[in-house]
Design a protein around this ligand. Structure first.
Ligand SMILES: C[S@@+](CC[C@H](N)C(=O)[O-])C[C@H]1O[C@@H](n2cnc3c(N)ncnc32)[C@H](O)[C@@H]1O
Length: 174
C-alpha cells in the first residue's frame, strides 16, 4: 500500500515537473486576495464565452464561473495533474457553465470570445500576444494579473491590496 502511494505521489510530482519545463511555468495558484479583486472586476451579468488560459488547480476558473452565471467559461490546462484535480472539483461542485479543456491553449480558438482571463509569466504573455491580436474581436477584453501584455496600453490597472500591490491589467481590443 505504502509503495502504491509512493509511486502515485512520485508520478504526480514528475508530471508536474515535466509540464513546468514544457510550459515554462508551474501550476502556482493566484492568491485569495488577487482572485477576489480580479473577480470583482468582472460584471456579474457578463455574457458570452470567457476563456481562462492556464487554469492550474481551478482557483480562477471556478470563481469566474460562479461570478458570471450567464457566461460560458472554458478553462484550458495543459498539465495533467492540475487538470485532473479540476475535473474532480467539477464532478463535486458541478458548475453548470464551466467547461474544462485539456491541452495547449496556444491551439485553442479564441474567436468570438467575450474575454480572456489569465495568470502566466512574461514569456507566456509574449506567446499569446499575436494570438490575442489575430483572434479577439473589437470589444473583447483581456484580464491578466502580475504580467502585462507588453507593447499594449492597458485600459485600466487595479492594484491588489496585498504586499506586492499585484497589478491586474485590463485590455479592451479596439
Ligand atoms: C501560474 S498558473 C495559473 C493557475 C490559475 N490560473 C490561477 O490563477 O490560480 C499557470 C498555468 O498555466 C498552465 N499553462 C501554461 N502554458 C500553457 C499552455 N501553453 N497550454 C496549457 N496550459 C498552460 C500551466 O500548466 C499552469 O497550470
Amino acid at each position: 500500500m505504502e509503495l502504491v502511494v509512493f509511486g502515485v505521489v512520485t508520478l504526480a510530482a514528475s508530471s508536474i515537473v515535466w509540464s513546468t519545463l514544457r510550459f515554462g511555468i508551474s501550476p502556482m495558484p493566484s492568491s485569495g486576495r488577487v482572485r477576489d479583486t480580479l473577480i470583482d472586476l468582472l460584471p456579474a451579468d457578463q455574457q458570452g464565452v470567457l476563456h481562462e488560459l492556464g487554469a492550474g488547480w481551478g482557483t480562477l476558473a471556478f470563481a469566474i464561473a460562479r461570478r458570471c452565471p450567464q457566461a460560458r467559461v472554458i478553462a484550458h490546462e495543459g498539465s495533467i495533474v492540475p487538470f485532473l484535480f479540476c475535473a474532480l472539483r467539477k464532478a463535486i461542485s458541478r458548475p453548470p457553465n464551466l467547461e474544462l479543456r485539456f491541452g495547449n491553449f496556444l491551439q485553442a480558438d479564441l474567436r468570438g470570445a467575450a474575454g480572456v482571463i489569465t495568470y502566466l509569466w512574461t514569456g507566456g504573455m509574449e506567446q499569446l500576444a499575436p494570438k490575442f491580436s489575430a483572434e479577439l474581436s473589437p470589444g473583447a477584453f483581456v484580464l491578466t494579473h502580475t504580467f502585462a501584455w507588453r507593447g499594449r496600453e492597458p485600459n485600466s490597472v487595479v492594484n491588489v491590496g496585498d504586499l506586492y500591490r499585484t497589478p491586474i491589467y485590463r485590455y479592451v481590443i479596439k
